[in-house]
Design a protein around this ligand. Structure first.
Ligand code: ZN
Ligand code: ZN
Length: 91
């Protein structure tokens, strides 16, 4: 009986070690996926910011174009006015 008990205990120990290492692998995988998703979101945000189709000041959808150069785009007069101190150098 003692032998059996020892064998069961050993099997349980082994099983819990396997579970622990599998859990660690899973957790690492989850962390990797999370980091990857974060990167993708950041890239998407950067792309949106750099897009000339959006407001050059705040990045939202633009509806107005600078009448001086027809290149700069703004969501409204507020943003156009706000960006002017930078934009007038290249306008
Ligand atoms: Zn704006
Ligand atoms: Zn301009």
């Amino acid at each position: 009986m003692l032998e059996l008990h020892r064998a069961v205990a050993a099997a349980e120990t082994k099983a819990s070690l396997v579970v622990a290492s599998e859990r660690m692998k899973m957790e690492r995988l989850v962390e990797e996926v999370k980091a990857q998703v974060k990167m993708e979101v950041m890239e998407t945000l950067n792309k949106q910011e750099r897009s000339n189709e959006n407001c050059w000041n705040c990045g939202r959808a633009a509806s107005e174009t600078c009448s001086g150069c027809n290149r700069a785009r703004y969501c409204g007069p507020f943003c156009q006015h706000k960006d002017w101190e930078n934009h007038h150098k290249v306008c």
